[in-house]
Structures are given as C-alpha cells and as structure tokens.
Ligand binder design. Structure first.
Ligand code: GTQ
Length: 345
C-alpha cells in the first residue's frame, strides 16, 4: 500500500520531501567535482596531433576540454567553470562568434597570435591574460611561425545551469579591426590613472583587454623581497577591474601566486571552486587527502569546499601559479564561506 502511495505521487508531479531532505539541504557542500590534475606533458602531443589532422574549418575551435571525472555530463572542469587547451597554427584564423558566457585566455606557449575582441586586436604572449567578456565578438588570428597554445576559461557551466546561454556566429569569418591594438589594455595600463572619458559598461567586466605578463612579472618582482604574502596562497595578487578594484569578471576572479622556495602552505577551504595552471616550478597541491603533483603548465581542479594546501617542492626556485575561481559569484550571492583546515596526506 505504501509503495502505491508513493507511486501515485510521482504520477501527479509531487514528491515526499522527507525522502529527499538530506540531499537537498546537506549539512555542508558535497561537490560532484573531484580533485584532479591534467598533465601538460601528456596532453600537449595530442594537441599537436589534432593541429595536423583537423583544420579550423572543420572545428570552430581546436580545443581539448579538461573534463573533471566527476563532471562529465555536461562536461566541466569544476562545477561552475571550464578550462580547455586551445591550439592554433601559423596562418590560421578561427571564426568570429559571441556567446553570453564570459571567457578569458591565459597564454601558455608561442607568440604572434591575436584575438580580436569587439574590433580590437589583442596580442598574445606567454603569461598574458586576455579577457573576452560575454556577448563580445571574438575571433583568433595567428601570424607567428610556431604553434600557439593557450588555456581557455569560460563560465558556461554556470551560465547553462542558469539557462542564460545565447550564441551567435558573425556573418563573416573575421570581424573588421576598428580599434588600435591592445587599446583596452593601454588606456588602463596604470590602474591608478583611469581615462576620465570612459565609464563601466554595467556588466561587471573589466575594461582591460590584456593583462600582460610583463606587467604581472613586474608587480611580483616589485614585492618579492619584502611582501608578507598569505600563508595559504603565497604572494597572491588579484587581477583587478580598474573601475572597481574588484574581480575582472562578474563570474570569475583571477590571481597570480608566487610560492617562495620551500613554501609549505597552510590548509584552507572555501565555497568557491578553483582552477589552477602552473606558470612555472614544481610542487604539489594536496586536496582532501589527494596529493596532486604538478609541474609547468599542468592544470589542477580544486572543488568547492575541498580543503587544500600548496607546496613548492624546490628549495631554491620560486613556483608561480595562475588561478581562477567563481569567488565573485559566491560573494555576490552571499554564499562565500571560508575556514582553515587540514587536507591530510
Ligand atoms: O576561443 O572562443 O575553449 O568560444 C570554448 C569556447 C574557446 C573561443 C573555448 C570558445 C572558445
């Protein structure tokens, strides 16, 4: 009789809350994402293989998605964010399009390519961070003489969960160049001297199109000797929107971290989900008891509410990490929580 009573509910589009309660209101978050490391050394040959066998007319973008084993459908890197490795060859172009997802690129290898964002060619060199805010037209052109590889990041897992995804292809392959190269970067170069004739566009995206590695390295070097840094994140600098001093995108915050030689970080967890790419150095990030060993250009997933700590394995060299997370989302929704902890292992 009882089973019939439950079956009847299902027919009526109803369900007994008491059978779902613990899953719907967990005592604390239980991410479906797993701690994971994607190996640059293992994936790079596959990128090169597809660059030789798949043309950019067959694929809109030649990208290997970094799919978290706990998040295969839909594929995502952490619950709200995606990472992919994109390769483009000299002489190639990638079709102009736009989507409501916010995106950025972090350049890993090569030079001579640029992304055009709403008419502005934005040049790419290793370590550069380039923003492609939602609904901005973007296409890629490579005029160098060696393959170019970068990390793509998008918030589409979040945008699609919110059912706010729109996409459009540009009527031609490339959009016209209507602005000077890197203008969005040049006119905000100093961050403490902003152009008076410009105002925020209201989306919460930074107006800076390119954060050059040159500037990032200069910022790190300027404080390397005497900055205190964080016992969890090392000497961590947040890329900022010069209008607000806040994160570069409404959904994604980006940081660069310098871990001094022998850095043995304190453990912490937060509700934000994080992706890391190793700029240089060797070390490990321990996440909920799982030790993820990393070296140059590896990518790491730290699920939300997982406890983690970073270790620089070298006693003589710095390690540098680039990280991004959905912390701006958590904060703007009043859902950001953090506390110290020990990840074990
Ligand atoms: O380069 O525009 O990895 O639209 C995924 C979606 C890259 C891009 C991705 C994209 C792009």
């Amino acid at each position: 009789m009882t089973d019939d009573a439950y079956a009847a509910l299902e027919q009526l589009g109803a369900a007994p809350l008491w059978r779902f309660y613990g899953n719907l209101f967990p005592a604390q978050p239980r991410s479906r994402a797993l701690p994971y490391r994607w190996s640059w050394q293992d994936l790079r040959p596959h990128l090169l293989h597809f660059s030789k066998t798949l043309s950019l007319h067959e694929a809109e973008r030649r990208v290997l998605m970094l799919v978290n084993p706990g998040l295969t459908d839909p594929p995502a890197t952490v619950t709200t964010l995606y990472a992919g490795l994109q390769i483009i060859l000299p002489g190639e172009t990638a079709q102009a399009h736009r989507h409501t997802s916010n995106a950025f690129r972090f350049v890993l290898e090569g030079e001579g390519a640029y992304t055009t964002v709403n008419g502005e060619p934005v040049r790419m060199a290793p370590g550069d961070l380039l923003l492609t805010p939602g609904w901005h037209w973007h296409d890629h052109t490579h005029q160098g003489d060696a393959p170019m590889i970068w990390l793509d990041a998008l918030d589409y897992p979040l945008v699609n969960a919110l059912e706010a995804g729109f996409y459009e292809q540009y009527p031609e392959r490339l959009q016209p160049l209507t602005r000077g190269a890197d203008l969005g970067s040049r006119q905000f170069l100093h961050g403490r001297l902003n152009p008076t004739w410009l105002t925020p566009d209201g989306t919460g995206n930074s107006p800076v199109t390119r954060y050059t590695w040159q500037e990032t390295a200069r910022a790190l070097d300027a404080i390397a000797e005497d900055a205190t840094g964080s016992e969890v994140d090392g000497i961590a600098l947040e890329y900022t929107d010069p209008f607000t001093g806040g994160p570069v995108m409404p959904t994604i915050g980006c940081r660069i971290h310098r871990l001094r030689p022998g850095f043995d970080g304190a453990g912490r967890r937060h509700t934000a989900s994080t992706v890391i790419n190793v700029v240089r150095g060797e070390g490990a990030t321990v996440v909920d008891g799982v030790r993820l060993e990393w070296s140059e250009h590896d990518t790491i997933a730290i699920p939300g509410w997982a406890t983690y700590r970073h270790v620089n394995a070298s006693a003589s060299r710095d390690a540098v990490l680039f990280s991004y997370s959905d912390e701006p989302v958590m904060r703007s929704l009043g859902l950001y929580r953090t506390e110290p902890g020990d990840p074990g292992a």
